[in-house]
Ligand binder design. Structure first.
Ligand code: GLN
Length: 530
């Protein structure tokens, strides 16, 4: 299907300003070479990079005087210019990236359709005549559309609970969320620190593999780059230790065999992902993908991840709790627009103690600065962290998170390199509703294979009217992506065609999830199946 996609990028940096005629000719040559499937390695050439607008950028060119804004899709930061650049942007520049634009998102990354933003909703449009617009997914919807429309070769997104994988699935591109701690988060505006991961989108898997693993002896793969500025960036020692327990990593820039042999690999089909809400056309495409893997020599095994059913609720407790704490700094004084003109502020704030006046100023700034969805998350987070609710919500959610992690560790053949010894299982620790010893199923799979989302991209009109009626219903779209986020595991969404999706886009995502730091093999396998 070759429909036209149209999306809304926040700002396009005019290409003439930053790429000379010769450079552009080179890019064009590159594009035609891609078509001939004879491209030079990504890091030996320039490539166009789009960056989600919650990742700090200073300017498209070091010589440019005006830094770009980093708005996070929020009124609060509409004029915010970061004094520094995110490490990942600098790393990509040193590998040939030319910044072509910042892309729109759900405010601070909170949402699944890129509609929670004061800068105009992101959309994909396949049929101009009928003018039907579909959701581009969220929250990295702008980044996904920049790839789908061919405006960028590589786009950066952030994936806290699926925000790279879901838009990739909806728009028919590849979206990769690496292991937590692999790519630096320095300069990435935090939403929920324990989950936030920088992710990469592209049309194909290969350029992502080149960036992560490095494709020549000169530039290291991103997997090997520790960032001392990000306290959650895995240390060089831990990186070496993790990589030594995994295939496919090396320092010579030799990429894994392409196509990667699937023979003998075991793929787990998680039973709990076959939910009633799963659209029949996606279920059929999932089965077809599994059958294709089998025909290529892979083995398929059903596996059970019993805690999956609680993962979504746990995520929507943990993420807002962390968000409410992160967003406390936007008070109109330390961060964010004040929303009062200098002359007005004294008169508008009634007499009283200084702290009272400050309180009024904060309240006014936060009321005007944040959108409804962000306010909803702050209220939810502040509630679940309050002393009365903490035990029932926040602590329970943390327990579920541990169980989700254990489920994964139990099914994967490779051990989790972050654990000193294998975890023991206490049945009593499972949530009350699960008494499923017999469902635990066989262990020892290499990867998990499942859809990225239960449906194809819904129509934008439907999304917007549903937002009015029941804003929480959009949370359901993340049901298949949050488990890997809670466990910090690498996961990738590759395009999967679906049949019989009359009203929709005919595109969905096939998700592969791997054990921690098994990113190299995950990418190699994703390339082989896509
Ligand atoms: N849709 C999810 C949320 O709103 C995921 C967002 C993300 O990954 N940034 O929290």
């Amino acid at each position: 299907r070759t429909g036209r996609l149209r999306g809304l990028c926040l700002r396009h940096v005019s290409s003439t300003r930053q790429t000379s005629h010769t450079q552009r000719r080179f890019l064009n040559q590159f594009i035609s070479r891609v078509q001939q499937n004879d491209q030079p390695a990504l890091e030996q050439r320039q490539f166009r990079l789009a960056v989600k607008d919650n990742i700090a950028t200073v300017s498209p060119n070091p010589e440019d005087e005006t830094p770009l804004t980093t708005t996070c899709g929020s009124n609060f930061l509409a004029n915010y210019r970061s004094p520094f650049e995110a490490t990942i942007v600098t790393q990509l520049r040193s590998r040939g990236a030319v910044l072509v634009g910042k892309t729109n998102l759900d405010e601070f990354g909170m949402g699944s359709h890129s509609v929670h933003t004061p800068f105009g909703v992101v959309a994909q449009e396949h049929d101009e005549q009928q003018a039907v617009k579909h959701s581009a997914g969220g929250s990295s919807g702008g980044s996904a559309v920049s790839i789908a429309t061919g405006e960028a070769d590589i786009a950066l997104g952030t994936d806290t609970g699926g925000s790279v994988r879901l838009p990739a699935a909806y728009t028919g591109v590849v979206g990769f969320k690496p292991s937590y701690g692999m790519i630096s988060r320095y300069g990435v505006v935090p939403y929920a620190n324990s989950l936030d991961t920088v992710g990469i989108l592209a049309k194909e898997v290969r350029p992502i593999t080149e960036l992560i693993l490095g494709s020549s002896g000169e530039t290291k793969g991103l997997w090997a780059e520790h960032d001392p500025l990000d306290p959650t960036s895995l240390s060089p020692g831990a990186r070496r230790r993790c990589a030594s327990q995994r295939d496919c990593y090396n320092h010579t820039g030799t990429l894994p065999k392409d196509p990667y042999p699937l023979k003998g690999l075991k793929f787990g089909l998680p039973l709990e992902y076959n939910i009633t809400e799963l659209s029949p056309s996606i279920r059929a495409a999932w089965s077809a993908a599994a059958a294709k893997l089998q025909s290529l020599g892979a083995r398929l095994v059903p596996v059970s991840l019993p805690s999956t059913r609680h993962a979504l609720s746990a995520y929507y407790v943990i993420a807002p709790a962390e968000a409410s704490s992160n967003l406390a700094k936007y008070d109109g004084i330390r961060y964010g627009t004040r929303f009062t003109s200098p002359g007005e502020s004294d008169a508008a704030i009634p007499e009283g103690s200084e702290s009272e006046a400050e309180g009024i100023l904060y309240a006014r700034a936060r009321a005007a600065g944040f959108g409804d969805e962000v306010k909803r998350r702050i209220l939810l987070g502040a509630y679940t962290l309050s002393s009365a609710a903490m035990d029932n919500y926040f602590l329970k959610a943390q327990k579920v998170r541990r169980l989700v992690r254990r489920d994964f560790n139990r099914v994967f053949a490779l051990p989790n390199p972050l654990l000193d010894k294998p975890e023991s299982f206490e049945l009593s620790e499972l949530p009350e509703t699960v008494g499923l010893e017999d469902k635990w199923g066989p262990t020892e799979v290499d990867f998990l294979l499942c859809p990225t989302a239960p449906t194809t991209a819904p129509k934008l009109e439907e999304v917007l009217s549903e937002e009015e009626k029941d804003p929480v219903s959009a949370y359901m779209n993340d049901v298949f992506t949050v488990p890997a986020s809670l466990a910090g595991l690498p996961a990738i969404s590759v395009p999967m065609k679906v049949q019989g999706d009359q009203e929709g886009t005919g595109m969905a995502g096939l998700q592969l999830i791997g054990q921690y730091w098994d990113d190299a093999r995950l990418l190699a396998v994703a390339q082989a199946v896509s």
